[in-house]
Structures are given as C-alpha cells and as structure tokens.
Design a protein. Structure first.
Length: 292
C-alpha cells in the first residue's frame, strides 16, 4: 500500500507546480506554460534519475522496443491530450473543460482493464466512478453553459488520452527495470520529458517563438515549476508502477482540496457550499479506491 502515500506526495508537488505555472502563463500563454513543465523539469529529471541510479543496488536497463514504444506513445498522447483540453476550454469554458477532463479517471480504469490486464476490484471501480462524479460537480461551471461545435468531443478525448498516456507510462516503467520500480520510474520520466521538451520547443519555435522567449525570461519562476513537476512526475510514475493507474488516479484526487487551499491562500479564491459538498463526495470515492 506504499503507493498511497507516494500518490499523495505527488499530488502535493503537482499543486505546487500548477501554482508556479499559473504565474508564468500570463506572458507565455498556455503552451508556453506547458513547455515550462517539460523544459525546466528535464534538468531535475536527469538529476533525480542519476540519484536513483546511484542508490539502486544492481540497476538494470532494458531498453527494449516495448519500452520505447510505450515512452513515445505516452509522451505524444499527453501532449495531444493537453491540446484537446485547450480546445475544449476554448469552445466552452475553462470550468467546463476541466469538468469534462475528469472523464480521465474512469477511462484510466477502462484502459487498464481492457488493454493492459489490470485487476480492478468492484470497490475500486465504484470509488473511481464516485470520485469522477464528485470532481465533475466540483468543477462544473455555474450559470449558462455554452458549448460550441466539438467541445464535448475534445473534452472527453482529452480525458481518454490523458488516461491512456498514464497507462503507457506505467508499461514503460514496468519494462525498463521491473526489479527496481522507483529507479525505473525516474528514468522513464527523464526519457519522456526529453521527448516532450524537444518536440514542443521545436513546434513553438516555428509557430510562436515569442512564447519560448517569455518562458526563458521567466526562468526563476520556471525553475520552481520544473523542480516540482519533475519530482511529482517521478512519484506519479512510481505509484503507477506499483498499482494500476485507475486507483492511483482516484487517490490522486486529493490534489483538489490541496488546490482549493492553495487557491485560497495564494489567489484569494473561495469555494461555495455546493462545491464543498462535491468535495466530500469526491473524498468518499478516494477512500473507496484506496481501500479497494
């Protein structure tokens, strides 16, 4: 059950990374802020992988075709999912896009069971669905809902691709060195972030070089986001190597109350009574998934 505290620590670091990314987004835009996660996280990912190598007894490296396929597929799917999420938000609203993204939790359970043979208990299925309902209610926008063409498809597609990318990362970590899962997870993070840094930087240099300039200009803030992002990813990958992705994603929902506290302290944001009730429902789903 050690994957549970590892997941909680990953969620806490992810909240810190998101807060740092938000402060960068103003000048760099959404894709520039996304690049921060990969480009400034890569040096730390290399350091973390090196440390993991040094402290691991008899580390192995199985650079098989399966590892590379899983790493490249996961990296590509995660970037495509981010693009789909941005489209969903553009064609609806930030809140509605976020709500639709929560479909990633049940998709993680489905992909793991159907494609990768994960054994999911009935309580974990139930916990995942309850947590998804709570998350959707928590992030659903108040007032009139505007849906332009393709918004729902983009939002659900984002959730599906985020879930599939997580399962690909799990397979890559399990392949590289199944005897030392933490070491394997941090090496996988390094490889994936290197792929994403090269691809996204190349695209932005061609299509929006100003975003790259803005990211580099905000290097002090970006370093903090990079450190937290690389550490969070390493812990996420470790948790997903120890447990199927669905339950990990469900327990990772503890990020929501952490984000609410951070939003209140850093950005003066407040939750309504309805959102608090939805948070309680979400917490119930997390407990079900953890104990399942």
């Amino acid at each position: 059950m050690i994957w549970i505290p590892i997941t909680i620590a990953a969620a806490a670091l992810q909240v810190a990374r998101n807060a740092a990314q938000r402060s960068v987004m103003g000048g760099a835009g959404p894709w520039g802020a996304t690049l921060v996660r990969f480009l400034f996280g890569l040096p730390f990912a290399i350091v973390f992988a090196g440390i993991a190598f040094l402290v691991t007894k008899d580390p192995q490296a199985h650079l098989t075709m399966r590892f590379w396929l899983a790493a490249f597929a996961g990296a590509g799917l995660q970037m495509a999912a981010t693009a789909a999420l941005l489209v969903a938000m553009q064609r609806s609203s930030f809140a509605l896009g976020t709500a639709m993204q929560q479909s990633g939790l049940p998709f993680a359970l489905v992909w793991g069971a159907l494609l990768f043979g994960d054994r999911i208990t009935a309580m974990q299925w139930g916990g995942g669905l309850v947590a998804t309902a709570g998350l959707a209610a928590l992030s659903w926008p108040r007032g009139a809902v505007v849906l332009k063409h393709g918004a729902v498809l983009a939002g659900l597609g984002s959730g599906a691709m985020f879930a599939l990318s997580a399962n690909c990362f799990r397979q890559a970590s399990l392949t590289f060195d199944p005897s030392h899962l933490a070491y394997s997870a941090f090496v996988t993070v390094m490889v994936v972030q290197a792929i994403q840094s090269v691809v996204l930087t190349s695209i932005l240099l061609v299509r929006n070089p100003d975003a790259v300039v803005a990211v580099l200009a905000a290097w002090r803030k970006s370093l903090g986001a990079g450190f937290c992002g690389a550490a969070a990813s390493g812990l996420w990958f470790t948790a997903m190597a120890l447990s199927p992705v669905g339950p990990v994603r469900a327990v990772g929902v503890v990020e929501m109350p952490m984000a609410a506290l951070a939003g209140r302290r850093l950005f003066a944001e407040r939750l309504s009574l309805f959102q608090m009730a939805a948070g309680v429902v979400t917490a119930l789903g997390v407990v079900m998934a953890a104990l399942g």
